[in-house]
Design a binder for this molecule. Structure first.
Ligand code: IVH
Length: 666
């Protein structure tokens, strides 16, 4: 029985992984997903003899390795000839036609050229067994443990009769958005930041500790085959359709995006090249050109290879999204955690369709490595979408007498001495009263995902702090309409909106409240775990280090950061002051843990109990009450003399239950 449930859970969770990571179309809430995952883990802990080889539980990473083992590729992983001028597309087509001795139009399958890390996934009898890097093309490194943590890669192919062997080739990469977030957290935590998504992907795949890889937002897209048994294809397009069929992510699963295109003859290829170049900045991942492949596998075979590249494929690269400019100054910004970030102030320049005038230089190590100085002419590029970056310095153009840049020894804002920990690359201002740190903390406090004081923006915070009307969290709740009106450019209506938005923020959930405090390393998710564990703010404040360490995902570093916050009398007084000023912290988590959590209900008709009591009962057990029948509704609870809702629920396939059924669920 439990074996059957285990097989079932593996399937359900894999399907949800696929919907979430490949199709961008999740069908369940994170909560429901977590419940399924918990059930799986519990089962695997208590039952013996289960098949874990394809279990989603194996994606969390294993014991660290000493080194990667080397392994040969059954078929060498080739490289592509490439060129930066689109005119060469016509030369390539000429060569192909000449070799094949034909003057008919050739059919090419064209697709974006991913700027990631090539990878070979090996499936035996439908099971993922090994992943190899490209290496030197003949011999790669076995990174199976790490690749297994990528959730979009199926551990088992969705096929009744899988081939004995299927080697899938493709690219490991990171979405630009995920990369930017990763760098932000790395920076906050004083860890190494990455120059671009490709470096971040490569660095993540080459981790000896797969638990680190598991925490990195990696993706995979397939584009070719290595060795296969038991299966034959006629065209490149058939291969890529097959990927979709067996559940392997490829660009063809991306609905609504015609990124992979069959082109007839070089003119169509050239126009494809220009189209992709246009959509390039808006794609979720970095590409550096297009790949053009002869579609017919028979023709591919005839064409064969030359040196280490196939004659049947080529890459037409795009000009990099780079530009030259001059660094006019290097400013140093102070963040919420006191981290000092050097920023290059540049002569405005257009890169990849956007005008940029500053670029992050990350930290002193980075500046030293690139030796970036004020007055330098530099090459900049947009990495991970918007944040531009200095790639290199044009030394020929360096002005005479320029000096290497050095981080200030004192905070540029409050002038107190800055500190650089030995194990960190970041320099910090550790003065908790530093105006820059205070301003950034206040901005974080009002953020949408924190206390959500939606009418208070960054500019207003700066002004309020400068006018000494605001210096700590509780001050928001002391603000009066008159004080706001005393500021420049504040009218009656906007002052009223501000006061209302402050008033509306007075009943945060515990999770939001903890997140809003801006404790180092305590992000949204950690705050949720803390709220679920401690249930009240008082218990959270009093928690000891040992008690904190029991909370999911909280390690010694985070626990120490929390303790140093909660043992600061001034800060704790802030919480009590806010409560005195009317802030009421609620904790819906308590009820969310009920039997009905993650489910939604609607009541129609007359029940044996009062309607409100029935609603209370549902909510107390974690259920949600919806306002109308929609596809989002899980259950319609039907009493006597129900209305038209029943019919609508039936057409939408919503489950219809009685009051008795509901009580059974409890
Ligand atoms: S097909 C013979 N398709 O480009 C190789 N390769 O320089 C046929 N690449 O190592 C490969 N996107 O890592 C192919 N859509 C794509 C690609 C792609 C990126 C990389 C791949 C390969 C390198 C060749």
């Amino acid at each position: 029985m439990s074996k059957k449930r285990h097989e079932e859970l593996k399937k359900i969770i894999s399907r949800h992984d696929y919907l979430y990571y490949v199709m961008d179309r999740p069908e369940v809430s994170d909560y429901e997903y977590d419940q399924l995952f918990d059930e799986l883990i519990k089962l695997e802990k208590t039952e013996k003899g289960l098949d874990l080889s394809d279990s989603p539980s194996q994606r969390v990473g294993g014991l660290p390795l000493d080194a990667f083992e080397k392994a040969p590729h059954r078929i060498p992983m080739l490289s592509l000839a490439n060129s930066y001028s689109p005119e060469d597309i016509f030369d390539f087509d000429e060569r192909v036609k000449k070799f094949l001795n034909t003057d008919k139009d050739i059919e090419y399958l064209c697709e974006p050229k991913f700027d990631g890390l090539s990878m070979e996934l090996i499936y035996e009898n439908g099971h993922f067994v090994r992943a190899l890097t490209r290496g030197d093309g003949a011999v790669g490194e076995d990174v199976t443990q790490n690749i297994r943590t990528i959730k979009s890669i199926p551990l088992k192919l969705s096929l009744k009769n899988p081939p004995a062997l299927l080697e899938v080739r493709g690219e490991v990469l990171m979405f630009k958005e995920d990369f930017a977030k990763l760098n932000e957290t790395q920076q906050e935590n004083g860890q190494q930041t990455f120059a671009n998504p490709r470096n971040a992907s490569a660095g993540s795949v080459r981790q000896l500790d797969s638990k680190i890889t598991a925490a990195r937002p990696l993706r995979f897209y397939a584009y070719a085959l290595g060795a296969v048994e038991d299966i034959e294809f006629k065209t490149q397009q058939e291969i890529e359709d097959y990927f979709v069929e067996v559940g392997i992510p490829s660009l063809r699963n991306k609905e609504g995006l015609e990124l992979v295109k069959l082109c007839s003859g070089p003119d169509q290829v050239a126009s494809y090249y220009h189209n992709i170049e246009k959509v390039r900045p808006g794609l979720p991942f970095d590409i550096d050109g297009i790949v053009i492949k002869v579609n017919s596998l028979r023709l591919q075979d005839d064409l064969g290879m030359v040196a280490r590249s196939p004659r049947w494929a080529t890459a037409a690269k795009f000009k990099p999204e780079q530009a030259f400019t001059v660094i006019e100054d290097i400013a140093v910004q102070v963040g919420r955690t006191g981290a000092l970030t050097p920023v290059a102030i540049m002569k405005p320049v257009k890169v990849g369709g956007v005008t940029v005038s500053n670029a992050t230089l990350h930290n002193q190590d980075e500046i030293t490595r690139k030796d970036v100085r004020i007055g330098d002419t530099v090459v900049i590029q947009r990495a991970g979408d918007v944040i531009p970056e200095v790639v290199s310095v044009v030394l020929d153009k360096r002005p005479a007498h320029s000096k290497p840049f050095e981080m200030p020894t004192h905070c540029p804002v409050c002038k107190s001495t800055v500190v650089k920990m030995e194990d960190e690359v970041v320099t910090r201002c550790v003065n908790p009263l530093c105006i820059a740190v205070v301003k950034e903390s206040l901005k974080h406090f009002v953020a949408r995902r924190a206390m959500n004081l939606d009418k208070i923006g960054d500019r207003l915070i700066e002004t309020l702090v400068d006018h000494k009307l605001l210096s700590r969290f509780s001050d928001f709740y002391r603000l009066t309409k008159e004080q706001i009106l005393s500021l420049e450019r504040q009218g009656d209506k906007s002052a009223e909106n501000i006061i209302n938005s402050i008033e509306n923020s007075k009943s945060p959930t515990l999770a939001r409240f903890i997140f809003a405090l801006g404790i180092r390393f305590v992000g949204e998710q950690t705050a949720k775990h803390l709220a679920e564990h401690f249930l009240t703010i008082e218990k959270f404040i009093k928690a000891s280090e040992e008690e904190l360490l029991v909370v999911p995902e909280i390690g010694p570093k985070v626990a120490k950061a929390i303790i140093s916050w909660t043992t600061n009398k001034e800060l704790v007084k802030e919480i009590h002051d806010m409560q005195k000023l009317g802030v009421r912290i609620s904790n819906p988590v308590r009820s969310q843990e009920g039997k009905l959590s993650g489910m939604s209900f609607l009541i129609t008709g007359t029940l044996p109990v009062k309607r409100d009591d029935a609603k209370d009962l549902i909510e107390k057990n974690g259920g949600k009450i919806l306002g109308s029948v929609s596809s989002k509704l899980n259950y319609l609870v039907v009493g006597e003399d129900p209305g038209s809702k029943v019919e609508k629920a039936q057409t939408l396939g919503v489950q219809i239950i009685s009051w008795e059924d509901l009580q059974k669920m409890l």
